[in-house]
Design a binder for this molecule. Structure first.
Ligand code: CAA
Length: 259
């Protein structure tokens, strides 16, 4: 792969979008290689958490590739939108938690990619925005849907209609990111969080992710039913017996087997 670097250390994988000269803009090649990398992570059940970040110190992702989009017709634009959304849904539904380590511009498709992740950690120099209407288009990789769900319709509309970027502190204030850290501490913080998650029972974490994500699309009774389904399914795992036995026997150091 030319535009994606995937590395795995212990139970944590890191996917770096590596097209810094174009501020990691999401060309079809980037999306195609990202899909390939995500399939590889999905197949590797020893990966308990994934970090997504951008190469360089300037951008996480500065959006979909404007040069590539400029001459598309309606049908081609629909295919591009569908493909971007397919890849981002893969991020959202990946078996393990995904942490976005946002190291600079997260604009358009970059903000949308961050929102497809489960948790967002931003460097102090990160900038967020959905500038699409300034280019004559709407957000196309899930921005109208996920931003409104994350920060509420009013603030999402203000950001999308105004096409104005916001800084990391404002992104934190509106709940768009979980935390803001100095740029040089970003990957340390992301790895610390990922390794912390990876210490817990991976199947339980995966089921919790599914319960939250699927439940959010349902009414409260449907959501509770989904939780009961995931909760009870944990009792078919070795890790449930092990985790509870460790508690009762006062064993502090645990190593879950992912079974
Ligand atoms: N697509 C293609 N190329 C891009 C790009 C993008 N989204 N963003 C940056 N680049 C390229 C620039 O064209 C430039 O290339 P050259 O060196 O060959 O000229 C290079 O990256 C560096 O960018 P700048 O010179 O512009 O850097 P800057 O520091 O002056 O500005 C910036 C940085 C404010 C992020 C500016 O690059 C910018 O505004 N980028 C576009 C942001 C944007 O509008 N994103 C939304 C895209 S539409 C979208 O994402 C639709 C969707 O939802 C699917």
């Amino acid at each position: 792969m030319e535009t994606i670097i995937l590395c795995v250390e212990g139970h944590v994988a890191t996917l770096t979008i590596n097209r810094p000269k174009a501020l990691n803009a999401l060309s079809t090649q980037v999306l195609t290689e990202m899909k390939e990398a995500l399939l590889e992570v999905e197949r590797n059940k020893d990966v308990y958490a994934l970090i997504i970040t951008g190469a360089g110190d300037k951008a996480f992702v500065a959006g979909a590739d404007i040069a590539e989009m400029k001459d598309k017709n309606v049908e081609e634009a629909a295919l591009y939108g569908e493909f971007g959304n397919e890849v981002f849904r893969m991020v959202e539904t990946l078996h393990c938690p995904v942490i976005a380590a946002i190291n600079g511009f997260a604009l358009g498709g970059g903000c949308e990619l961050a929102m497809s992740c489960d948790i967002r950690i931003a460097a102090e120099n990160a900038v967020f925005g959905q500038p699409e209407v300034g280019l004559g288009i709407t957000p196309g990789f899930g921005g109208t849907q996920r931003l409104a769900r994350l920060v509420g319709a009013g603030i999402a509309k203000e950001m999308i209609f105004g096409a104005r970027n916001i800084k990391a502190d404002r992104a934190y204030q509106i709940g768009l990111v979980n935390s803001v850290v100095p740029a040089e501490e970003l990957m340390v913080a992301a790895n610390k969080m990922a390794n912390g998650i990876a210490k817990n029972a991976p199947i339980a974490v995966a089921y919790a992710k599914k319960a939250i994500n699927d439940g959010l699309q349902l009414d409260i009774d449907g959501g509770i039913a989904e939780e009961v389904k995931q909760f009870s399914a944990c009792f078919a795992t070795e890790d449930q017996t092990y985790g509870m036995t460790c508690f009762l026997e006062k064993t502090k150091e645990k190593t879950f087997s992912n079974k």
